[in-house]
Design a protein around this ligand. Structure first.
Ligand SMILES: Nc1ncnc2c1ncn2[C@@H]1O[C@H](COP(=O)(O)OP(=O)(O)O)[C@@H](O)[C@H]1O
Ligand SMILES: [Mg+2]
Length: 250
């Protein structure tokens, strides 16, 4: 049997001249009823990202970076604006999409990576990592082989592959999390400080993986604890302190 261990190709590609995501006039605030106060996270946000482009989000603590990513993932509903996604099913406004459609988009089109692993009891690391591929219809043996290659790439020791991540150290859990989150290329990848407190080897593995995804046309929006790591991948920067986008000269 020939086991293919290469990373899978990107899901159905769109015309390369169509933006992956177009954000218009996006605003989010939190009503803190117990305090009778309103907290503006951001407003008037707009940008568009083409396939293979990488937008770096910057700003001080509390500037609204995580809130913007969560709004783009539709964990939060915005109060105003549009989040147009060009998907296999056509153009969809995530700011208005039904929850069932959002759930489907998260499986097929939008990935979200944080530094936290959602370890489930009695699920071995390699099965957790292989799961997105199996759900996408890849044969189990092939999915497992790709998962093991990804665990090796992120520096998870072989003895741990069949063990339960709930018992792993924080750093080991982060590596399993990255292997899983990045195993199936999606059209849009959102990253919220995925490298905070990772060792240099795993950070380098992440950058290699992101570069490969970018070359496959995956669009990325990310906040990075060490922005220098991804300097070579950045096409534009959005600073939430002054809410201005600027193109980064290459
Ligand atoms: N669920 C929430 N309810 C109320 N306020 C929130 C909520 N989430 C974030 N905030 C507030 O929104 C602001 C932006 O937070 P956040 O997006 O986490 O900032 P960053 O990621 O840039 O550090 C902060 O003032 C934070 O306290
Ligand atoms: Mg944050």
């Amino acid at each position: 049997m020939i086991v293919q261990t290469a990373m899978p190709a990107a899901s159905a590609s769109l015309a390369p001249d169509l933006p992956v995501i177009e954000v218009e006039g996006l605003a989010k605030h939190f009503d803190m009823h117990h305090l009778g106060q309103r907290l503006d996270a951001f407003s008037g946000i707009g940008f568009r990202i083409m396939p293979g482009q990488f937008l770096l989000l910057t700003g001080h603590n509390g500037a609204g970076k995580s809130t913007l990513l969560r709004t783009l993932y539709r964990s939060y509903l915005p109060q105003a604006g549009h989040v147009w996604l060009n998907t296999a099913e056509g153009r969809i406004d995530l700011a208005r999409a039904a929850d069932v459609d959002v759930a489907l988009l998260r499986r097929r089109e939008i990935g979200f990576v944080t530094q936290f692993l959602n370890a489930r009891p009695r699920v071995p690391a390699e099965d957790l990592v292989a799961e997105p591929l199996r759900l996408a219809g890849r044969p189990a043996a092939e999915a497992l082989a790709v998962a093991r290659a990804a665990l090796a790439e992120f520096g998870v020791k072989r003895e741990l592959w069949a063990a339960y991540p709930s018992t792993f150290s924080g750093g080991e859990q982060q590596k399993v999390n990255l292997a899983r989150a990045l195993i199936l290329p999606q059209r849009l990848l959102l990253l919220d400080e995925p490298t905070a407190s990772l060792d240099a080897g795993a950070r380098a593995a992440l950058v290699r993986r992101l570069a490969a995804l970018k070359a496959q046309g995956v669009a990325m929006i990310g906040v990075f604890h060490h922005p220098g790591d991804v300097a070579g991948l950045i096409d534009a920067e959005l600073n939430l302190d002054n809410k201005e986008t600027s193109n980064v000269a290459k």
